[in-house]
Ligand binder design. Structure first.
Ligand code: PMP
Length: 457
């Protein structure tokens, strides 16, 4: 089949045999899907020869850009010397030990131990199991409720989906007992007449209200992304996280920062916890840890939980065949070298401001653009039917989909969450590439505006 690349009908075979994640398969195959065949820097290539600017860094993950020789060499070297060994049976490999040491040295606070898995979902699952095991070990098994947020995303395993706040996922078998949710710090959507600072406190206080309702004695942990990514890049006001910190401490509730998107420079610091002043007990990492070149995730565990797990729990009945896969860990180490040597977090802070200024200049006054927000190289453009009142479109998600399709037609990947266009390009993006990204996004938004107006006429 692969020898027959030019003539084989890849789209037909995909429709016949392949089930995609998060897809409505009936509509998926009404139009031909794109076959991505290569990538370099911030650009993807498809089988028609199009060069597509990847404004999403894959799925928020390709931090160092595509085609980095250092990562390919690290994987090759490790595959040659030891392609696999597990970490279960009184064994470890050098890459996993080196990575555990390196990550815990980089991490803020007292996150001094690392546990490895393959995906963000598995990391979240692990963190939730650790939080509950902590309380069970402490003789408080009734502390088991996990509080997350509406529009939160913590992965697709059942525990992760239950902790997340995506109701469509809950409806498909992922609504579990002992999970609860509070409102997200989504000022644009829910802030009304409040200033962002007032609203940040207001949204955080909803956690306090929830604790009163179900009782601190029943709650194991609060889990939150520093910025809610898949929920629409909801960047909290500055007042939000310090208040969440306080509420968790005062009520003896563990705080889990899900940094699967925010970790490794995306927000302009190495970790989102540093950007927002979060002091987590547990932190989940994935995506940028290897820039997506190979699957890997980690849970960093603070001293409070680690001391109990190590000294009191006995065996922790949890782990994966590929926990600490040596090839993935070797790639992660090479990836961290690039992040540090090229100072990519600082670069993200700088280039994020450049991107924002250019987006403001091109689209700030556009009647359909309600808000442009960003921090580092992650951001969102809210499309609105009324700029002044921040009103949403009536059938939510439709205009976003039109815009996403116009982006694709303009060889730009931006993702639509409801009617919010979100972006998170590789941290290596240059100023010329930012100009190109803004030009393509502007063309897509103009075309969307024309389409929406034509419908209303
Ligand atoms: N947590 C967050 C914050 C995420 O954004 C994601 C993935 N987008 C996950 C967890 C799940 O990661 P994975 O898809 O690797 O399982």
């Amino acid at each position: 089949m692969l020898d027959d690349i030019a003539t084989f009908d890849w789209q037909a075979a995909d429709a016949a045999y392949h089930l995609h994640p998060f897809s409505d398969h009936k509509t998926l195959h009404q139009e031909k899907i794109r076959i991505i065949t290569g990538a370099d820097g911030v650009f993807l290539t498809d089988d028609r020869g199009n060069r597509i600017l990847d404004g999403m860094a894959g799925l928020w993950c390709v931090a160092v850009g595509y085609g980095r020789r250092e990562l390919i060499d690290a994987a090759t070297r490790q595959m040659q010397s030891l392609p696999f060994y597990n970490t279960f049976f009184k064994t470890a490999t050098r890459p996993v030990i080196a990575l555990a040491e390196r990550l815990t040295a980089m991490a803020p606070g007292d996150l001094n131990h690392a546990f490895f898995a393959c995906s963000g979902s598995e990391a979240v699952d692990t963190a939730l199991r650790m939080a509950r095991t902590y309380w069970i070990t402490k003789g408080k098994p009734e502390k088991r409720v996990i509080v997350g947020r509406e529009y939160g995303y913590h992965g697709s395993t059942t525990l992760g989906a239950a902790a997340g706040g995506m109701v469509d996922m809950h409806r498909q078998g992922a609504r579990l007992p002992d999970f609860d949710h509070v409102m997200p710090p989504y000022w644009y959507g829910y802030g009304g007449q409040m200033s962002p600072e007032e609203f940040g406190l207001y949204a955080a206080k909803q956690l306090e209200t929830k604790i009163k309702e179900i009782g601190a004695d029943n709650i194991a942990a609060f889990i939150g992304e520093p910025i809610q990514g898949a929920g629409g890049v909801l960047i909290p006001p500055e007042t939000y996280w310090p208040e969440i910190n306080r509420i968790c401490r005062e009520n003896d509730i563990l705080l889990i920062a899900d940094e699967v998107i925010c970790g490794f420079g995306r927000t302009g610091r190495m970790f989102g916890a540093e950007t927002f002043g979060i002091t987590p007990d547990l932190m989940t990492l994935a995506k940028g840890i290897t820039s997506g070149y190979i699957p890997l995730s980690a849970v960093l565990v603070g001293d409070r939980v680690a001391d109990v797990l190590i000294n009191e729990t006995g065996e922790f009945y949890h782990g994966f065949t590929y926990s600490g896969h040596p090839v993935a860990c070797a790639v992660a180490l090479a990836n961290l070298d690039i992040l540090e040597n090229e100072k990519l977090p600082e670069r993200a802070a700088r280039m994020g401001d450049v991107l924002r200024a250019k987006l403001d200049a091109a689209l700030g006054d556009h009647p359909m653009v309600g808000e442009i927000r960003h921090i580092g190289l992650i951001g969102a453009i809210e499309l609105t039917s009324d700029k002044r009142t921040r009103r949403f479109f009536e059938k939510r998600g439709r205009v976003g989909t039109i815009c996403r399709d116009h982006c694709f037609a303009n060889n730009l990947v931006m993702r639509a969450v409801r009617d919010t266009m979100v972006f998170s390009p590789p941290l290596t993006i240059s100023e010329a590439e930012i100009d190109e990204m803004v030009a393509r996004a502007t063309r897509a938004i103009e075309a969307t505006y024309d389409a929406v107006r034509a419908e209303m006429a």
